[in-house]
Ligand binder design. Structure first.
Ligand SMILES: Cc1ncc(COP(=O)(O)O)c(C=O)c1O
Length: 471
C-alpha cells in the first residue's frame, strides 16, 4: 500500500549518504540542476520504485509519482510483467544492428500499425521523443519538398535540433539561435491564426493534441477538425506529437481518438518503453509522396538506438499490457475523480487556484501566479506527492500519476494535495501582498530569483533542528 509514513524497516540511506550522492551529481553532472531541485524540495533520490511511486530514502517518505517522468510511466514503475518481457528478451537479444530487419522490430511495428488511429500504418523507429520529432519534421520536409513548419506558442517538442526549433517557448531556443529556418508559431486553439499563416510553402503543422508543458490545454474538437481541413486544402502534413498524450494518458489509447481526427504523422515515445527501455516511433500514412521519399532516401534518419530489439520487445509487451488491462479506462475514471476533487479545491481557494484543466490522467491546476508553482511543488513534496510544474508554464502544476493508480491511491493523492494547499495558505498572503509592489511580481516569477530564494529558505530550514526530522 502506498503510504507517506516513514517506515523503520525500509532500507534507509542516511542524510550523509544522500548528500554525498547529490554532491557527486553536482560535481560531475549538473550543479545548476541540483540547486534548482533543492529549492523546490524536489532533491529526492528514488528508491523502492514501484507501482505509483518511490521512496525518498533520506526522509523515508513514500512519494506518489505525479510527474511520471513527463508521462513515461503509464504502465507503472517497474511493472513486473514488462520487466519479465525485458528479462526474457535478454535471453536471446541485444540491441541488434540498427540497419537490419528483425522479428522484434517487425512485431512492434505491426502492433503499432494495428492500434494507431485511422490509416497510420507506416512506422519508423527513433531513440527518444526529440529524435522522433526530428524524424517526423524531416519526413514532412522530404515528402512535400517544402520548408515551412508551423508550430504552436508554448508547444514542447524536445531539445534536439528540429524539435527545439519547434519549441514554442523562446527561453529554450534563444541561446542556440540561429536554429532551423522557416519555423513559425501561432497561438494554440486559434484556427484563424493558422489560416492566416499556412500557405503553399507549408510542409507541416505540428502540435500536441493536449498541450502538456504549455500547461495542459486540450485542443478543441473544432480546432483539430479545422486544422485537418486546412492542411488538406494547402497540401501540408498534419503532425500530432503524442509523446506525452499517448498510450492511455488522456483516457483513450491516443488523444487523437477523442477527436476522430487522424493526422498524417504521429510521434510516440516515453511510455512505449515501459519506463524500462527507451524507444520511440513515428507513425505515418503511407501516401505516394511519403513512401516515394522513403524509397529514395531509406536512411534519411538513423541512430543506433532507434528501434533497438530489446526496446521493441518491451514496447510490444507494453502495448499488449495496455490492451489487456484496458488501461485507458482506468485513466478516464481515476482522472475524472481527480479533476472533480481539484475543481472543488479551486472553488474553495480562488485566491490560489485559477483553473483546472485536463483529459484523463493528464490534469493540471493553474495558480494565480507563476511563483506559486515552485512553492506548491515544495508543499506537495512534504506531503508525499512528487509533482512538477509545466516547463513552459510554471503557474501550471501537472498531475500525471501512472495509469495503474487505484481508487484508494487517488484518494491519498487528493488528501495530500488538500494538505499542501492548506500549508500554502499560511505562506501565500505575505507573498501576494509583496506581489502588489511594482516590480516585485516580476522578481518573484523569475526562475533564478526563485531558485536563490527557496534555496536560501531550505538552508535555514535545515539548520533548525526541530523541523529537521520532517525535512
Ligand atoms: C510532447 C512532447 N514531445 C517531445 C518530447 C521530448 O521527448 P524526449 O524527452 O524523449 O526527447 C516531450 C518530452 O517531455 C514531450 O512532452
Amino acid at each position: 500500500m502506498h503510504t507517506t509514513e516513514t517506515t523503520n524497516n525500509a532500507p534507509r540511506m542516511t542524510r550523509a549518504e544522500k548528500a554525498a550522492v547529490v554532491a557527486r551529481f553536482s560535481r560531475y553532472i549538473n550543479r545548476g540542476q541540483v540547486k534548482y531541485l533543492r529549492s523546490g524540495h524536489l532533491d529526492v533520490i528514488e528508491t523502492e520504485r514501484g507501482g505509483v511511486g518511490f521512496r525518498d530514502p533520506a526522509s523515508g517518505r513514500r512519494m506518489y509519482d505525479c510527474f511520471s517522468s513527463a508521462g513515461s510511466f503509464n504502465v507503472s514503475r517497474r511493472n513486473p510483467l514488462i520487466m519479465q518481457a525485458l528479462e526474457a528478451a535478454l535471453d536471446d537479444l541485444d540491441m541488434g544492428t540498427f540497419h537490419f530487419a528483425s522479428p522484434a522490430k517487425a512485431a512492434l511495428a505491426a502492433k503499432l500499425a494495428a492500434l494507431a488511429p485511422g490509416d497510420l500504418d507506416g512506422v519508423l523507429f527513433a531513440a527518444g521523443g526529440g529524435d522522433a520529432v526530428d524524424c517526423a519534421l524531416k519526413l514532412a520536409r522530404g515528402a512535400t519538398g517544402r520548408s515551412e513548419i508551423i508550430a504552436t506558442v508554448k508547444a514542447y517538442h524536445g531539445h534536439t535540433g528540429f524539435a527545439l526549433s519547434a519549441n514554442g517557448k523562446a527561453h529554450y531556443r534563444r541561446f542556440f539561435e540561429p536554429l532551423m529556418p522557416d519555423f513559425s508559431f501561432v497561438p494554440f486553439n486559434d484556427i484563424e491564426a493558422m489560416r492566416a499563416r499556412i500557405s503553399e510553402k507549408t510542409a507541416a503543422v505540428i502540435l500536441e493534441p493536449v498541450q502538456g508543458e504549455a500547461g495542459i490545454f486540450p485542443a478543441d474538437a473544432a480546432y483539430l477538425e479545422g486544422l485537418r481541413a486546412l492542411c488538406d486544402e494547402r497540401g501540408a502534413l498534419l503532425i500530432f506529437d503524442e509523446i506525452q498524450t499517448g498510450f492511455g494518458r488522456t483516457g483513450r489509447l491516443f488523444a487523437a481518438d477523442h477527436y476522430g481526427v487522424v493526422p498524417d504523422i504521429m510521434t510516440l515515445a516515453k511510455s512505449l518503453g515501459g519506463g524500462l527501455y527507451p524507444i520511440a516511433a513515428v507513425l505515418y500514412r503511407p501516401t505516394p509522396a511519403v513512401t516515394g521519399f522513403l524509397d529514395r532516401h531509406p536512411v534519411f534518419h538513423e541512430t543506433h538506438g532507434g528501434g533497438a530489439d530489446l526496446g521493441c520487445r518491451v514496447g510490444l509487451r507494453v502495448l499488449e499490457y495496455i490492451e489487456e488491462t484496458r488501461l485507458w479506462e482506468n485513466a478516464a475514471a481515476r482522472g475524472a475523480r481527480l479533476k472533480e476533487a481539484l475543481e472543488t479545491l479551486q472553488h474553495e481557494n480562488p485566491r490560489i487556484i485559477r483553473a483546472v484543466r485536463g483529459l484523463g490522467l493528464m490534469v493540471g491546476i493553474e495558480y494565480v501566479h507563476e511563483f506559486v508553482g515552485p512553492m506548491m511543488s515544495d508543499a506537495l513534496a512534504r506531503h508525499g506527492v512528487f509533482a512538477a510544474y509545466s516547463g513552459n508554464a510554471p503557474q501550471v502544476m501537472r498531475f500525471m500519476v501512472p495509469l495503474t493508480v487505484n481508487a484508494e491511491e487517488i484518494e491519498g493523492i487528493i488528501v495530500a494535495i488538500r494538505l499542501a494547499v492548506r500549508d500554502m495558505k499560511t505562506l501565500l498572503p505575505a507573498a501576494l501582498l509583496a506581489a502588489r509592489v511594482p516590480g516585485v511580481l516580476r522578481l518573484l516569477n523569475n526562475e533564478r530569483v526563485q531558485t536563490a530564494a527557496f534555496g536560501f529558505l531550505r538552508k535555514i530550514e535545515e539548520l533548525l533542528p526541530a523541523r529537521r526530522k520532517n525535512a
